[in-house]
Design a binder for this molecule. Sequence first.
Ligand code: NAP
Length: 266
Amino acid sequence: MVLPALPSSIPVLITGASSGIGAEFARQFAERGHDCTLVARREDRLTKLAEQLSGTYSIAASPLIADLSTPEGIESVTAHIATSSPWIVVNNAGFGTSGAFAHAHIERDLEEIRLNVTALHALTHAALVQNLPHRTGGIINVASLAGFQPIPYMATYAATKAFVLHFTEAVAQENAGSGVRILALCPGPVPTEFGTIAHAGPMFSQIPSIPVDQCVQMALRAFDRNRVICVPGNGPAILSALSHLAPRSVIRKTLGRVLKAGISRS
Ligand SMILES: NC(=O)c1ccc[n+]([C@@H]2O[C@H](COP(=O)([O-])OP(=O)(O)OC[C@H]3O[C@@H](n4cnc5c(N)ncnc54)[C@H](OP(=O)(O)O)[C@@H]3O)[C@@H](O)[C@H]2O)c1
């Protein structure tokens, strides 16, 4: 069922708004008339985007500088959420790592878990608590196609996104009928800075990518329909369905072969 878009009087807080999917969420929510709080570490980029958005649309946009892989960063953003209600919170900040886990830089993997999982978990709770009494508002958690199955050579990243997907689905079900919309966005490849940071070439080359504006348009359409999961694009949608149909052993062996070959070529 297509519901009306949430009123533009509800402000939006977007993590990871300094680039890629998060910056595009900010643009499209600003275009819909929402005030935006833009969260990330790179102040120059956030300030520039905030100026662009408030200069182009009749909205207020402000940067909130925070490193969400730290307890202090998470605390500063949850404290900001607690100052107002209701909210639309887009938990988008995240990064990936790749390569054999035995050779992982363990501190980098732990940072990935703190950002992709711990921060998202805390901010989802903060937003839910603010939204429920108003029976409105929403949460968009950016998971990934990678969250539908284990991925050898991207073991930690895929596991963080499995957490995001399962956690978001469960919380959405707990709050069905509450008026609060809760969506897990599960993109396949989208050309952003993500691929370079994650060294995700071997994975990305196997699946057609979709442009970032289309990815966010499809996410917002799903959000308007109060959907729980959105997998943007036909290729990723088919792959996510296959992940339920094929035996797990076949999936992990196939992905293991593909990624191992890709990594040894790169
Ligand atoms: N692109 C894809 O193919 C793809 C596919 C599936 C899922 N995703 C997911 O989509 C989300 C957005 O990724 P993207 O593709 O837009 O990548 P991106 O262009 O690299 O953007 C990542 C964003 O996260 C922010 N970030 C990174 N570390 C942070 C930290 N410690 N604290 C606060 N913010 C931090 C970055 O800002 P600063 O560096 O300024 O802090 C940046 O704004 C991620 O969760 C990713 O896993 C991406």
